[in-house]
Design a protein around this ligand. Structure first.
Ligand code: ADP
Ligand code: MG
Length: 579
């Protein structure tokens, strides 16, 4: 009910909405807005079944921009509660008062009123005790309402929102930008854990914020998706966002997201079921890939997945520009349950309408690897990325970074994290394939551990074995290492186990990982070449090749960037070169 009433206020163009409830809304809900208001006559009409002012023509149905359009809310509410409606249009002197009780008109008079509309709902379900019994506790109903208010507040930061529950002023939000709104709702500290996203094309645009991986939550509470400002739910988009975090987010964690999709309903086939909030896109695959790449790009721009090209969105825009005048299918299939279907709403192909291939459009974005069917796509040997530097000079800088020329400019690779990424994926693969590649030690190494570490090692034996360790427990706190994964550097066999255990404990404090993933991360971190290790040219080339054969070459298992690229354009700008 609160959702419907607040949405009416939004549809009425309100810039300020106040929501007052008592006892979880059971005894009292009052929504006031400074929107358009209604004429005296409309005030009464608004309670009629299927009375809506929001659809004037068939055209309107094809491009619904308002939140409501079925004309059911006020009628339904008036049927089961005591409802007062006070409303005044800005250009009228006096307002109208309409009082409804159990669906019948009890009073209709003139009244003094502020411009806008105020609806007061008392004694919900007073005449249907069975339904009243279905209401949850005050506290639970309050939480649902709070959730609705919060969603609205996030979807429309431009609207001032006040929320009072049982006389307590819970929210008093000024209208403004989304950043201010987020700070007000979540606090400054939380805001700092968010990364802005954004991409605009002729067909759709996406904007909003996603949470940094480290600040993921254990439940899906803070996930907000809006389509044309309407709160929606879409399994596909949800999955796409999550996939964008690949390897940055541990299982069972959920990223914060606040994502606004804006799509011209004339141009993209969207199927909305208004009451369920569930949305189906005709070309779900492409939207899916679009969302993934936007998320990756954003993580990249924040050095989580390094930005590949400073102006990578350019090609993207161009590919859309060429389509600006292309024929678009004039087709919006509306799955609204109480809108007549049949010939009236039969989908109409546009005059020149060949279906638009979104897939092709989006195929230009990926300077970032895109998954096929949600699975990470392998960079085959010799793809665009490493092909570019084949045969080109390659340098090692301060025994730390590998520099190389690529098609678009300069690529810098952090050798340690690059190797870490390679080893990490190798470890994950050996968990899967269960054929560890290990290297027998000529002289088994005996490791003395603290009793805590010994217990931990004992616990981790199956995982350690899976990645190629061969070890035996030997009396009190002693482990004998008979083989190590082939990737372990000669000379570090003696310390590698202790290093892994230490790193494992470290990771455990920071983030909750499952043990296997933690073993993989700890191993890859400790076995990888370090900053300071001198590499030969061949070693560098092999490393780069291996890196680009991983599913996520741009980010190390801990979320640090592996590759930074500087485009020629960026260099030109820095040198103030105009051409
Ligand atoms: P719908 O929103 O689907 O049109 P409702 O039953 O929610 O149907 O509202 C019926 C009509 O009452 C709306 O179409 C609108 O004209 C009018 N109305 C409802 N609430 C407001 C409001 N807060 N301000 C102005 N007009 C309103
Ligand atoms: Mg409505």
């Amino acid at each position: 009910m609160v959702k419907e009433l607040v949405e009416n206020s939004i549809d009425a163009g309100a810039t300020s909405i106040s929501i007052v409830i008592k006892e979880g809304g059971k005894s009292f809900i009052q929504i006031s807005d400074n929107g358009s208001g209604m004429s005296d006559e409309d005030a009464v009409l608004s309670f009629g079944r299927h009375a809506t002012s929001k659809i004037r023509s068939y055209e309107d149905l094809e491009s619904i921009r308002t939140l409501g359009f079925r004309g059911e809310a006020l009628a339904s509410i008036a049927a089961v509660a005591h409802v007062d409606l006070k409303t005044r249009r800005r250009d009228e002197e006096v307002g109208a008062l309409v009082r409804m009780e159990g669906g019948t008109l009890k009073e209709h008079s003139k009244t003094s009123a502020q411009p806008g509309t105020m609806i007061t709902v008392r004694n919900l379900f007073y005449n249907t005790p069975a339904r009243r019994n279905f209401l949850k506790s005050n506290n639970t109903e309050f939480k649902h309402i709070y959730d609705v208010v919060q969603r609205v507040a996030l979807s429309r930061p431009d609207i001032a929102i006040q929320f009072i529950s049982d006389e307590e002023n819970l929210l008093d939000l000024k209208g403004g930008g989304i950043q201010e709104r987020l700070k007000n709702l979540y606090g400054e500290r939380h805001f700092e854990t968010l990364i802005p996203i954004g991409e605009e094309t002729d067909l759709l645009s996406i904007s909003g914020f996603i949470g940094k991986p480290d600040f993921a939550r254990k439940s899906k509470v803070d996930q907000y998706l809006f389509l044309n400002k309407r709160p929606i739910f879409s399994r596909a988009i949800n999955h796409a966002i999550f996939s964008g975090y690949e390897h940055l987010m541990d299982k069972g964690n959920f990223p914060f997201y606040l994502v606004f999709l804006d799509i011209d309903p004339h141009k993209v086939d969207v199927n909305v079921h208004p009451s369920k909030m569930e949305v189906k896109f005709a070309d779900e695959q492409s939207i899916y890939r679009f969302v993934i790449s936007v998320v990756r790009k954003a993580l990249g721009a924040n050095d989580l997945v390094p930005s590949l090209e400073v102006n990578s969105s350019k090609n993207f825009d161009q590919s859309f520009a060429s389509l600006r005048h292309a024929a678009l299918p004039h087709h919006f299939s509306a799955g609204f349950n109480n809108v007549p279907s049949g010939p009236f709403l039969a989908s109409t192909e546009g005059p020149a309408g060949h279906p638009l291939n979104l897939d092709k459009l989006f195929s230009d974005i990926p300077t970032v690897p895109l998954p096929e069917n949600g699975k990470p796509q392998q960079f085959a040997h010799g793809t665009r990325e490493n092909e570019a530097q084949e045969g080109k000079a390659i340098w090692q800088l301060h025994n730390k970074y590998i520099l190389s020329q690529i098609r678009t400019g300069l690529m810098i690779v952090d050798q340690h994290v690059a190797h870490e990424r390679v080893l990490y994926e190798r470890a994950l693969a050996s968990f899967k394939n269960a054929v560890p590649v290990s290297q027998q030690l000529l002289f088994p190494h005996t490791a003395q551990l603290s009793s805590g570490d010994f217990a931990l090692a004992k616990e981790l034996i199956p995982h350690l074995q899976a990645i190629g360790f061969e070890l035996k427990l030997f009396g009190k706190n002693t482990i004998v290492l008979e083989g190590v994964p082939t990737d372990v550097k000669a000379g570090s066999e003696g310390s590698i186990l202790q290093d892994i255990l230490d790193e494992f404990k470290n990771n455990q404090h920071r983030v909750k990982l499952d043990a296997r993933d933690n073993v993989a991360k700890s191993f890859s971190c400790k076995a990888a070449i370090k900053a300071g290790d001198k590499l030969t040219e061949v070693e560098m080339r092999v490393l780069i090749d291996q890196l680009f054969a991983t599913s996520m070459p741009y980010v190390c298992p801990h979320g640090r960037p592996v590759v930074v690229k500087i485009s020629l354009g960026e260099l030109d700008r820095r040198f103030m070169r105009t051409s």
